[in-house]
Design a protein around this ligand. Structure first.
Ligand SMILES: [Zn+2]
Length: 201
């Protein structure tokens, strides 16, 4: 759950005076197409636009909360305080500590079909077209519960089928590559080394 820091970076970047003159976002929303250059000033409007209205979901990004307990309500409060405009994710899967074990809850972002704020601004495409699923727990120190993994597999399978999401686009947060020409990846341990992503695809 490094999203807090990442979002602060977004705020810093978009609030710097130079951004308006600086077309620095390279975005390749359509597979195999030539990257298109967008202005930072476009970013704000794209970010909060209803995703379904302009393009379908393309990625599923898996996160852990890096906390022992949590719920949609708790993360919503925390992320609101962080300046995210509410909970960053589309789904939260409980671990019995704050929500029931294996319980899946949709957040307002899913209900309204709007973009998440769960990866950094450098992974722009992944925020706009990525469904963010957060499992409560710190999977650097202990694995998710069986009920969480079962719920996650079911949810992924449903989303994958409904939105024709490619297997290669089902990604743990730390494996998300920046949507620019740098070839760099997100700087985070999320969703933790003890979540076996291989079992999900
Ligand atoms: Zn994450």
């Amino acid at each position: 759950m490094k999203a807090a820091n990442l979002f602060l970076s977004i705020l810093l970047i978009i609030s710097t005076p130079s951004y308006a003159q600086n077309p620095v976002v390279y975005y390749s929303g359509v597979e195999n197409s030539t990257p298109v250059e967008y202005l930072w000033s476009d970013y704000d409007s794209w970010y909060y636009k209803k995703s379904g209205a302009y393009k379908g979901w393309k990625y599923i990004i898996i996160h852990h909360s890096a906390t022992d307990a949590g719920s949609v309500k708790a993360f919503h409060k925390f992320h609101t305080q962080q300046g995210y405009g509410g909970i960053a994710y589309h789904f939260v899967i409980g671990n019995g500590n704050g929500m029931k074990d294996g319980e899946v809850q949709e957040t307002f972002r899913w209900k309204q079909q709007i973009s998440g704020t769960h990866v950094s601004v450098n992974a722009w495409d992944h925020n706009i077209f990525g469904i963010g699923i957060c499992l409560v727990g710190n999977f650097e120190s202990s694995p998710p519960t069986k009920s969480q993994m079962t719920a996650l597999r079911k949810l992924i399978s449903r989303l994958k089928r409904t939105y024709s999401i490619k297997t290669k686009n089902i990604i743990g947060h730390k494996y998300v590559k920046y949507d620019d020409a740098s070839g760099r990846k997100e700087q985070t341990a999320c969703p933790g080394k003890k979540l076996d992503l291989g079992k999900l695809k």
